[in-house]
Ligand binder design. Structure first.
Ligand SMILES: [Zn+2]
Length: 51
């Protein structure tokens, strides 16, 4: 089972819509209803929750 580790995306920035690469992940934690992730948007340069 192999998967590409390079162009993996966390999702899109809810502010500007830019695709956020997995290497920009800042923190990930479990919640009762799932998990939440925060990542640094390369355009906004601020922590966002990828959607
Ligand atoms: Zn953004």
């Amino acid at each position: 089972m192999s998967r590409p580790a390079t162009h993996e995306s966390l999702g899109n920035c809810p502010r500007c819509g830019t695709s956020i690469p997995s290497r920009n992940l800042l923190i990930r934690y479990e919640r009762g209803d799932g998990h939440a992730r925060y990542a640094a948007c390369p355009d906004c340069e601020t922590p966002v929750r990828p959607a």
